[in-house]
Design a binder for this molecule. Structure first.
Ligand SMILES: C[S@@+](CC[C@H](N)C(=O)[O-])C[C@H]1O[C@@H](n2cnc3c(N)ncnc32)[C@H](O)[C@@H]1O
Length: 162
C-alpha cells in the first residue's frame, strides 16, 4: 500500500466494507495526516466507525468523491485505496467512479485497487482494466494473494491523466 512514510498524507479508502485494508492503513499512517473512508452501506460504515475512531467515515457514494473531499477541506488525496467491486458495476457507474478517482487524486498520488483472480477475464473486469490504462499513465499488477478468499491481486496506478 503506497502510504508515504513521512509527512501528513491524505489517504482515502473507497468501499472499505468490513475493513480488511482499514487496519493496515491506520497502522501505516500512524496518527499522521487524514484517513477518510467512503462507504455507501450505513450499517458497515457504523461498524467501521466504532472500531476505528481515527478514521473519518463518510456514508455516501464514492462517485461523489470530489465534492465529498471539498466539503471536508481536502484539496486532493495522496493515496486512494479501493475495495470497490469494479467488475460488478455497469459501464456508466464504472466510468463515473473512475472519473471521481482521477479528479480527486494529487498529480503525484497513487491509486490502489483490488481485483479477484477468478473474475479477471470477465468482460466487465477487462473493461475496467482498459479504462484504468486510459485513466493512468502507469498501471502495475501486484502479486496474487492466494490465501485471500477468493484469491485476489491489486493494481497500482500512478500519474492520473487529466
Ligand atoms: C467488495 S466489498 C468490500 C471488500 C472488502 N475486501 C471486504 O472484505 O469487506 C465492497 C464495498 O464497497 C461498498 N460500495 C459499493 N459501491 C459503493 C459506492 N458507489 N460508494 C461507496 N461504497 C460502495 C459496498 O457497500 C461494500 O462494502
Amino acid at each position: 500500500m503506497p502510504v508515504p512514510e513521512r509527512g501528513d498524507p491524505v489517504v482515502v479508502e473507497l468501499g472499505p466494507g468490513t475493513g480488511p485494508f482499514t487496519a493496515e492503513i491506520q497502522r501505516r499512517i500512524g496518527g499522521r495526516g487524514r484517513h477518510l473512508a467512503v462507504e455507501i452501506n450505513p450499517r458497515l460504515a457504523g461498524h467501521l466507525g466504532a472500531r476505528y475512531p481515527g478514521v473519518e467515515l463518510v456514508v455516501d457514494n464514492a462517485a461523489r468523491l470530489p465534492e465529498l473531499l471539498a466539503g471536508r477541506g481536502v484539496a486532493a488525496a495522496d493515496v486512494i485505496v479501493s475495495g470497490l467491486p469494479w467488475a460488478a458495476f455497469p459501464p456508466a457507474h464504472q466510468a463515473d467512479l473512475l472519473r471521481a478517482v482521477v479528479a480527486s487524486l494529487a498529480p503525484e498520488g497513487a491509486f490502489t485497487t483490488f481485483s479477484y483472480v477468478h473474475a479477471r477475464a470477465l468482460p466487465a473486469a477487462l473493461r475496467f482494466r482498459r479504462r484504468l490504462g486510459e485513466a493512468f499513465e502507469e498501471v502495475v499488477a501486484g502479486r496474487t494473494v492466494w490465501r485471500n478468499l477468493p484469491p485476489a491481486f491489486v493494481y497500482h496506478a500512478r500519474r492520473p491523466r487529466r
